[in-house]
Ligand binder design. Structure first.
Ligand SMILES: Nc1ncnc2c1ncn2[C@@H]1O[C@H](COP(=O)(O)OP(=O)(O)O)[C@@H](O)[C@H]1O
Ligand SMILES: [Mg+2]
Length: 287
């Protein structure tokens, strides 16, 4: 892929090597994300998704085998400046308490842009924009204590803090977990808007196949540290047996379409989302 923002090849990673607590997280991981796309990384718990996510902004760097290039920079290069990379790649951690550390929400969201050198009105406007973008009204939330937020609000605050850096690549590690359905839809709309209007590239890590079918154009499947499938969402979700082998299921719509196919009823266009199913049914009923 010519304009790849993320290229991971044959990546391995072991935590605490040579100790009794040694744990092999990645064995042969591959991942390609092209500029301006919304890509998804899926896999069961323990598959290595978060570990791979930590490579995207240089928190982890290859120590065993494999090659990782992010925004044109080889993570193995000794001259790499991880701090500079972290300003361009926003990683929303799996657990918001890994991300939030300031006492007040407004300060927490301001932390990143302050590091970028913003101050005064520019800083305030950046924080306002990021908070409003994730559905936390600025005036109502900036003086709220971070520990007093609900689970969903904490997720939103963590996302705002990353967005406030205006990253070119946004990596969300199961960041919609714990949001209600409306909150999820809002985040999905935000991701599309960031991509369409600002060219932000998104890597969404998720265990929710319906969410992945809904928002991702390309999907990579990780299983026990190996990349076992990669392709367009339609191609990946057509591989029922391979997905099952990786411990995953089809999106709801895909499962219904597959069950109908087993009864001899073919739904045109292999729909995987509600919207696509609606169109397919409409066409079938009106043809
Ligand atoms: N900091 C760590 N120290 C030791 N082992 C870890 C650490 N983080 C993850 N692991 C192990 O690495 C494997 C992959 O974990 P992880 O990348 O978190 O997977 P996922 O995000 O897909 O659930 C798991 O077996 C996990 O127990
Ligand atoms: Mg994880």
């Amino acid at each position: 892929m010519s304009d790849a923002i993320v290229t991971v090849q044959h990546l391995g990673h072991t935590y605490l090597p040579g100790t009794p607590l040694e744990s092999v997280a990645l064995r042969d991981a591959h991942l390609t994300v092209a500029r301006g796309e919304i890509a998804a990384l899926i896999g069961t718990s323990g598959a290595g998704k978060s570990t791979l996510a930590h490579f995207t902004n240089g928190l982890l760097r290859p120590t065993e085998w494999g090659r990782v290039t992010i925004l044109g920079q080889d993570l193995a290069a000794p001259e790499l400046d991880p701090a500079a990379l972290r300003r361009r790649v926003g990683l929303v951690f799996q657990y918001p308490h890994q991300q939030l550390f300031e006492r007040y929400v407004g300060d927490d969201v301001a932390y990143g842009p302050r590091q970028l050198g913003l101050s005064g009105d520019a800083l305030r406007e950046r924080v306002r924009w990021a908070m409003e973008a994730v559905g936390l009204p600025f005036e109502a939330f900036r003086d709220r204590q971070t520990f007093s937020l609900s689970g969903g609000e904490m997720r939103r605050a963590a996302l705002a803090g990353v967005l406030a850096m205006r990253p070119e690549l946004l990596v969300l590690d199961e960041a919609t977990t714990g949001l209600d359905p409306q909150g999820r839809r809002e985040v999905h709309a935000l991701l599309r808007r960031l991509r369409d209007e600002e060219g932000v590239t998104v890597l969404l890590i998720s265990n929710d196949m319906d969410e992945v079918a809904e928002v991702a154009e390309r999907v990579t499947v990780l299983h026990e540290g190996h990349t076992v499938l990669a392709g367009t969402a339609h191609d990946v979700f057509a591989q029922h047996a391979a997905l099952a082998g990786a411990g995953l299921t089809l999106p709801t719509v895909g499962a219904i379409v597959r069950a109908l196919a087993q009864e001899g009823i073919t739904v045109p266009g292999r729909p995987i989302t509600v919207c696509e199913a609606e169109e397919a049914l409409w066409r079938t009923l009106h043809s």
